[in-house]
Ligand binder design. Structure first.
Ligand code: CP3
Length: 353
């Protein structure tokens, strides 16, 4: 695997404690960059940007050119999958995504069946973007694909939008758990195939985004909601991917799952690395997981906005918690549009210095 050994992030995902740690940022292609805003303005809608390889390749490469990150993440969105299943998806300027809420069995039955070839053909531009990116990226840059975890995607499909308490999804899971389970099963099958195709197109590793791990249906029988709705469906995806792509490198980011939840991600899903959100203390987590476990994260995006001495101290704290361990430097959630570019430069200089 000599090709892989040129890519520092892949070496970390294989368990090597590379120092200083390789770095990338969630949402690194985004509105804090003037060049992103310029491409976004010519591309038309947000979905046009995702589905046009010329544009998607360009915005993926922008943060690599500017900052020399160790990994590029495919530019797309977790909601292209509901779109491929036949649900209406729109991105409303300044408000975020809007879907036609899937409130009942009839709406579920209107979705495409898991094996419908129209799903992956709808997503063909994404695979083309991946292939072109692998050809255009510097050899040492790791290329990441991604998708949303089944519960997070299902909660957008059911609620029609992101809400802090996910009330519609939790209510449907209480009223008709079999329906929500059927939706999750379909997402497991479809997204397993989706990530396999991303690997076949040239992705070096993938990240599964469980952004809603902190808001799960309650289980009146004292069960284990994190396992039932999040970790087990993700584990099934990982097993399915590795059956076709042996040794596939996979990161799971279970935002909001707390210190306990973060300790469970690798053992219960089979992931290669746990993405750590900003609410978890990295040193405390490292104290509770095996030394060989690979971590990624977890600078608070607001500290990156603040900059200055607070930023330096936060980078130093992550370095101290990660030193001697396999770690990928990242934020603890996506970078926000108001972040000064100079602070990203300062963060990287401090990390690498
Ligand atoms: O990280 C990257 O640079 C790769 C691209 C990427 C996007 N979305 C682009 C995007 C990735 C990996 C995502 C994942 C995603 N999308 C998640 C999981 C991660 C997380 O943030 O928790 C979620 C929940 C979504 C759904 C989504 N897409 C929301 C809630 C929003 C609106 C928020 C916002 O910032 O406006 C989007 C839109 C979106 N996806 C933008 C980008 C760059 C901003 C839209 C724009 O440019 O107008």
């Amino acid at each position: 695997m000599t090709v892989q050994s040129d890519r520092a992030m892949l070496r970390v995902l294989s368990g090597e404690a590379v120092w200083p740690p390789p770095a990338w940022m969630m949402r690194q292609a985004g509105r804090y960059l003037p060049e992103y805003r310029a491409t976004r303005a010519t591309a038309g809608s947000f979905l046009d940007l995702c589905y046009t390889p010329d544009f998607a390749v360009e915005v993926t490469l922008q943060p690599i050119r500017r900052f020399g990150f160790d990994a590029a993440i495919l530019f797309s969105d977790i909601l292209v999958v509901p779109h491929a299943l036949g649900q209406d998806v729109r991105f409303v300027e300044g408000e975020g995504p809007r879907l036609d809420a899937m409130g009942d069995r009839a709406a579920f039955e209107r979705l495409r069946e898991a094996g419908d070839p129209a799903i992956l053909s709808h997503l063909a531009p994404v695979f083309e973007t991946v292939t072109r990116l692998r050809a255009e990226l510097p050899n040492e840059t790791t290329l990441l694909g991604f998708c949303g975890a089944p519960w997070t995607v299902a909660s957008y499909m059911i609620g029609g939008r992101g809400t802090p308490d996910l009330a519609p999804s939790r209510a449907l899971a209480a009223a008709d758990p079999a329906l929500v389970e059927a939706l999750i099963d379909r997402l497991v099958t479809v997204q397993t195939a989706y990530l396999i195709r991303q690997f076949e197109a040239g992705a070096d590793a993938v990240q599964i985004f469980e952004s809603h791990a902190g808001v799960l249906p309650e289980d009146p029988e004292g069960g284990d909601p994190l396992a039932r709705w999040s970790l087990r469906p993700i584990a099934r995806m990982i097993e399915g991917i590795r059956a076709k792509v042996p040794g596939a490198k996979i990161i799971v980011f279970a935002r909001g799952s707390g210190l306990d939840g973060h300790t469970r991600v690798v053992p219960e899903t089979g992931a290669d690395a746990v993405g750590v959100d900003w609410a978890v203390d990295l040193a405390a987590l490292r104290g509770r997981i095996p030394a060989a476990t690979v971590t990624q994260g977890n600078l608070h995006p607001e500290t990156l906005i603040e900059g200055g001495a607070a930023l330096d101290a936060a980078v130093d704290a992550i370095r101290a918690a990660a030193e001697g361990r396999p770690h990928v430097f990242n934020l603890g959630h996506g970078i926000t549009p108001q972040t000064p570019i100079a602070h990203v430069e300062r963060m990287l200089a401090r990390l690498r210095g």
